[in-house]
Design a protein around this ligand. Sequence first.
Ligand SMILES: [Zn+2]
Length: 224
Amino acid sequence: MSCCSHCPSPDAGPGGPAQRRVLWAALAINAAMFVVEVAAGLAAGSASLQADALDFLGDAANYGVSLAVVGLAIGLRARAAQLKGLTMAAFGLWVIGAAAWHGLHGTLPAAGTMGVVGALALAANAASFALLWAYRDGDANMRSAWICTRNDVVGNVAVMLAALGVFGTGTGWPDVIVAGIMAALALQGAAVVLRQANAELRAAKRDLSSRPRRSGRLEYRPKA
Ligand SMILES: [Zn+2]
């Protein structure tokens, strides 16, 4: 669920062209599923689909960061993490708002769409995991990718269970409850990301002020 918020991205240094292709593919899958789930969530009136989309957003951001800033100064990575944390927090608040709106208005989400898109999300997560597994680079990376995928699957299954609950009860409450829990976990994850990014930024500043310039071109410079 909120795995993407604090799992390290499965990169290990600069990586070869094959590993970069895999990261691009994983980025494409996760970005596409983010769009699909947001659109389907709006169309079906389902807040839990939108909450599940949060995870794809976070994972896509992780792969994007891996591709863009691998090997750059820690300050830049921390800035990227900060941006990601803020984006996820904003989106998490939006999902909580959507869940509250649906709860207050007693809307009935389209259970069929929820179930189908939840299953599609499960397939997408399985596909990303298979890609990363084939190009795994060390046990530690694989372990984090595995934990992330496991948590992603929990989220996808929660959406499918919500669909079943909506279908069974004829009310939107299962959708609202699942969305609320997932969005709260995502907000918690965003807070962890932001705390960590802030700590890294502080450390980078200390590092720069206590040492002479390093030889990197893309060095982080704190604002005076
Ligand atoms: Zn994830």
